[in-house]
Design a protein around this ligand. Sequence first.
Ligand SMILES: [Zn+2]
Length: 74
Amino acid sequence: MELSLNCLRCKANMEQGFLLDRGHSGKYSGEWVPGAAQQSDWNPETVKEPQETKKIVAYRCTACGYLEFYAKRR
Ligand SMILES: [Zn+2]
């Protein structure tokens, strides 16, 4: 999914990217999870393993930096 988008704020071109999620065992691309975050039983600072996630695609305005997110694919 490569969209050609213009910024909602300043109308400049937006470039595709993603949210980097740095974990203890490596780097991941960020994912969207439906519903409210549920605390893990083991470690309250973490969340429970989600049933369903979608990869987040983030578009960034090349002029003002405004971000817009999409989560369409698994
Ligand atoms: Zn902009």
